[in-house]
Design a protein around this ligand. Structure first.
Ligand code: S3P
Length: 171
């Protein structure tokens, strides 16, 4: 278990996993990896197309295998898609890992991603859909996380700093 990612970021879409993940990788001089990007590269199509063509269940299975490969083979910073924690097999793969939940309140979420229709799960009524999504997911993020870092009113640099502090990775 000592090999594997230095940090695994989970949290809802828009919580800054990619931006903060890239900053953390830079700070640690370690590579950055993102399971969404791994899936797009392996499948040769966008995530929204996978959802439309094959459904969410199929996407979650692809995501589980992407997480399995990444926790086994990646020793830097890893960011997961916002819904990865919905899959029990994926949650099992995260046990004992340095998982950080980047949390965000509902108003911040609507500001950051509410109008972004490229996010397939939030297209119609962002505020209500966000509440429902978080009711279904909050306990799962908390369950897999070693630490929780609130991102509201913080810059990506401040969030990265808070993550390093929380995991005691500061030099
Ligand atoms: C999803 C979040 C997305 C992506 C997919 C599903 C979700 O990742 O995996 O669109 O279910 O919340 P990001 O959190 O990186 O946007």
């Amino acid at each position: 278990m000592s090999d594997g990612p230095l940090i695994v970021l989970v949290g809802p879409m828009g919580s800054g996993k990619s931006t903060v993940g890239a900053l953390l990788a830079e700070r640690l001089g370690a590579p950055y990896r993102d399971t969404d990007a791994d899936i797009v590269a392996a499948e040769g199509r966008e995530i929204s197309d996978i959802f439309i063509e094959d459904g969410e269940e199929h996407f979650r299975a692809l995501e589980r295998e992407a997480v399995r490969a990444a926790v086994a083979g990646h020793t830097g910073v890893l960011a997961l898609g916002g819904g990865a924690v919905l899959d029990a097999g994926t949650r099992e793969l995260l046990a004992g890992r340095p998982v950080v939940y980047l949390s965000m309140d509902v108003e911040e979420a609507v500001r950051r991603v509410g109008l972004n229709t490229a996010r397939p799960l939030l297209a119609v009524n962002p505020r209500r859909q966000w509440r429902e999504l978080m009711e279904a997911r909050r306990h799962l993020y908390t369950e897999v996380a070693r630490v929780v870092v609130a991102t509201d009113d913080k810059t990506p640099e401040e969030v990265a700093e808070a993550v390093l502090d929380a995991l005691e990775l500061q030099k």
